[in-house]
Write a protein that binds this ligand. Sequence first.
Ligand SMILES: Cc1ncc(COP(=O)(O)O)c(C=O)c1O
Length: 397
Amino acid sequence: MTKFNFSKRVPADGTDAVGVILKAAADPKIISFAGGLPAPELFPVKAMKEAVDQVFAERGQEVMQYGAAKGVTALRELVLQRVKEKENVTGQLDNVLMTTGSEQALDLVGKAFVNPGDTVLVEQPTYLCALDVFKSYGANFVGVEMDEAGMKMDALEEALKAHPEAKLVYTVPNFQNPTGRTMALKRREKLAELAAKYDVYVLEDNPYGEIRFKGQHVPAVKSFDKTGHVFYMGTFSKTLAPGFRLGWVVADEAVVNKLTVLKQSADLHTDNLAQYAVVEFLKHNDLDAHVKQISDLYGQRKALMTEGLEKYFPQGVKYTDPEGGMFLWVEVPGVEDTVELFKQCLEHNVAFVPGDPFYAGEPQPGAFRLNYSNAQEDQIKAGMKQLGEALQDEGEN
Ligand SMILES: Cc1ncc(COP(=O)(O)O)c(C=O)c1O
């Protein structure tokens, strides 16, 4: 058998702990709060089919031909309009690049800015795929403490002083994956200010911001950026459908141009059909009304999950209270090993994602992530009861 000599970028065997967890959770008898999928029953299948048919009728050859690396102009214009209206993020066409999901934007920014050994500052905990991306480019991580109002700016400033070489700060300011927390307005202003002061770039990843079911909208960090230090990322994955793989970056033109060159060597351009189909869809459908439906449903599911937490979980359990998005974060005092707890929960036919992989540094013991967007109401009720029983068992051991 050949032993393949992979590059250092490739993760070692046995390090995909989350893959193993999601596989275990995929067993049909298990109620899974582990994944991070949107509710498929709200995908606008019929309207999107009509849009695709129309696109093929009007420009079949064009969509089947190679396209522009930066993306379809009409869609980039619509994205600009939307980020201005929703996030107060302004820019010109040359500031927008369409990407193959926002996951690709993460990868391109990692490739463009992170040299081996460069310091990347991340929320503690943070989106684990972002950790994987930056790790593949050789990043050294420094975790920055969070509280209910997001990344703490005093902790960030201390970290920036201690690591003047830091290159990038990565944040998910709205309904963060994994905690569901949202960064307070003042902290956003401060973050843009610190980025300029310490000459560090901020990668603002906002896949969930529009999915708000409670409270007031908070404008993007990018909207406070006067110097171009903030790179903003968005996606249609949570507002329309993740399968289309449509994301974007809004950043300084010089940054967009470099990301475009790197994108060309990754996949030449983003899928033409998906881009034109969304342009067509947006001509005939009210995306705001659609997003409201999604937000309302997730709000109901989140409320059910919280009810279950109150009813079935042991005393002293702490959990976040997201005003939107798809996740909440639970901390169970006294539990040291959440991976072990995960195994016990599987025996009770219920699953979550243990907290450890979301930490760049020392994990918080007893923490785990629950997803509420992709479970039916009866599953949430039953699953929370089963989870509560598993936790009671754990407490008695
Ligand atoms: C914080 C965060 N960033 C990026 C992504 C990737 O999303 P996309 O489908 O746009 O690639 C996700 C997906 O769940 C996410 O949670």
